[in-house]
Design a protein around this ligand. Structure first.
Ligand code: SME
Length: 165
């Protein structure tokens, strides 16, 4: 049994540090990227409070052969399966290669609502050999849930996952 229960009193930086340690412990020796993404989505859910979705979209091929985002392992309500790279917060993270911290999803042009309860969102790209291969997507029902500390913590996690997803 894996029992990674964070102390509720942890500050944000320490919470992400412990999350990264738990992720490293579960993924360092596992070559299957689906298993790794599934455990990481579950660990994020355990460690990071006030989320209604945590998971992955991977850069894959569309039916016509173009690149687009394809739903990966996640915790939360069922989500849209395919996202064009020029759409939504996730698409913006891929096309810019940069973290998207959205305090109010209703104010983000083109935001894709998979769960009407979502109010804020944090999306961090995962890069391998300089190219975005996936994004980590966190949604919250709370407005302005995510801070630059969350972004920095999730970016460290994305670095760790570069060759594991
Ligand atoms: N809101 C995202 C879509 C994915 S869901 O949040 C799970 C977007 O605008 O790209």
């Amino acid at each position: 049994m894996y029992d990674f229960k964070p102390d509720p009193a942890l500050n944000t930086a320490e919470r992400y540090r412990q999350l990264c340690n738990a992720v490293d412990a579960l993924t360092s020796d596992e070559p299957d990227c689906v298993a790794n993404m599934a455990n990481v989505a579950a660990l994020i859910w355990e460690f990071i409070p006030d989320l209604n979705w945590s998971g992955f979209y991977r850069v894959g091929a569309s039916k016509s052969g173009d690149k687009e985002l394809v739903l990966g392992p996640f915790v939360g309500r069922p989500a849209c399966i395919r996202i064009p790279l020029d759409k939504g917060v996730c698409g913006a993270a891929v096309s810019t290669g940069e973290t998207q911290l959205v305090e109010d999803v209703h104010a983000f042009p083109g935001h894709i609502a998979c769960d009407a309860a979502s109010r804020s969102e944090l999306v961090v790209p995962v890069l391998r050999d300089g190219a975005v291969v996936a994004v980590i997507d966190l949604d919250s029902p709370n407005p302005e849930r995510f801070t630059s500390e969350d972004a920095a913590g999730l970016e460290k996690l994305a670095l760790l996952l570069s060759d594991r997803v």
